[in-house]
Design a protein around this ligand. Structure first.
Ligand code: NAG
Ligand code: NAG
Ligand code: NAG
Ligand code: NAG
Ligand code: NAG
Ligand code: NAG
Length: 288
């Protein structure tokens, strides 16, 4: 009797041990420093994830290893309940002193067909002094526009850190359930009036908690590296495209409840019941 109880506690300790209950048994729980909780899982054809969309390709040729989704080759930097953070992309446009464009970069991200969408915690953000950014669903300019934002200024002295209301920095809302985005830029006066302190404009999507306007970003081309390295894009995730009612029996384990994603794309997630903790997607479920 005593022996079986200690055996039982040993198993409990192992289950509660570091990282042990976040991934499916037999599956790695981390890619480098990134914790990968089920329904996500490491390995493309490994059955460690709930579906191929949630499979993480852990590329150990990088030091530390990098985690990629199969969809759009997005690099995952964080996973939490209902959200994941991915490496950002930046659109930009630069002009020379004669008003000619010298550099122009747009970006497209496409999650169509997956259970992922761009979180509307992200705002379309522009940093610049003579710049307009456009967000549309596909890469035909001027069609299917969803959001735009204008950032202007006449001198650095009128800008303030942390203040983003159209002067040097602009942020516009994006709708929910967006699955493809194309971001491109334009200008009003080709930077002719601001060229000696601002020759480029930049645009990206960021959540207001992760990007705060810094006046030096106006004239510092290292903003591109700063944004891609430190300001992630937030993605919403849910399982499948059916609601809890439509699915009948969800994969939610004991002491957890099935919660509809609330998105028009459908899908559900599992949530530990009040006072319980653990991974609600894996046996034995949430623990008191
Ligand atoms: C996954 O399986 C598919 C089909 O069997 C195969 O074509 C592909 O190469 C596999 N990918 C990896 C990374 O093993
Ligand atoms: C996004 O991907 C879907 C599915 O692969 C495709 O049908 C659609 O044309 C793509 N959209 C763009 C803008 O590339
Ligand atoms: C830019 O040029 C204007 C006049 O054309 C001048 O007043 C201003 O000090 C210059 N600013 C910088 C940062 O050099
Ligand atoms: C603004 O950016 C500069 C240069 O990168 C940095 O030294 C400074 O600490 C930043 N200020 C704030 C408030 O983040
Ligand atoms: C829902 O998901 C299934 C399986 O992945 C897919 O075949 C179907 O097209 C999806 N339905 C919609 C409306 O996206
Ligand atoms: C999930 O559970 C947590 C803690 O019990 C609660 O704060 C949260 O609102 C729940 N989420 C949903 C969508 O029910």
């Amino acid at each position: 009797m005593r022996r079986s109880w200690s055996h039982f506690f040993l198993i409990l300790l192992c289950v509660a041990g570091e990282g042990a209950d976040i991934s499916k048994p037999g599956c790695p729980s981390k890619c480098g420093d990134l914790a990968v909780p089920y329904p996500f899982g490491i390995g493309i054809n490994s059955s460690c994830s709930v579906s191929p969309f949630f499979a993480i390709d852990c590329d150990a040729s990088f030091h530390p290893p990098k985690a990629f989704l199969t969809i759009d080759n997005l690099e995952v930097v964080g996973i939490s309940e209902g959200k994941m953070s991915v490496k950002n992309r930046v659109a930009l446009e630069c002009y020379d002193v004669d008003e000619n464009p010298t550099q122009s970069i747009q970006f497209l991200m496409n999650l169509s067909g997956s259970p992922f969408s761009f979180s509307n915690d992200n705002k379309l953000t522009v940093v610049g002094c003579d710049d307009v950014a456009f967000l549309s669903r596909d890469d035909d300019d001027w069609t299917d526009l969803i959001s735009s934002c204008v950032a202007i200024c006449s001198k650095p002295g009128e800008l303030s850190n942390g203040f983003c209301s159209g002067i040097g920095c602009c942020q516009s809302s994006i709708p929910e359930d967006l699955q493809s985005i194309y971001v491109y830029m334009d200008t009003i006066k080709w930077h002719s009036k601001v060229h000696n302190f601002s020759s480029c404009g930049y645009s990206f999507l960021a959540d207001t908690n992760s990007y705060s306007f810094n006046v030096s970003d106006i004239s510092d081309s290292s903003i591109v590296t700063t944004i891609t390295q430190t300001v992630p894009l937030l993605i919403d995730w849910a399982i499948g495209n059916k609601t809890c009612n439509q699915i009948g029996k969800s994969i939610c384990q004991p002491n957890s409840v099935c919660v509809d994603s609330g998105s028009t794309l459908g899908g559900y997630r599992c949530n530990c019941s009040n006072g319980y903790h653990g991974n609600p997607y894996l046996s034995p479920g949430c623990q008191g």
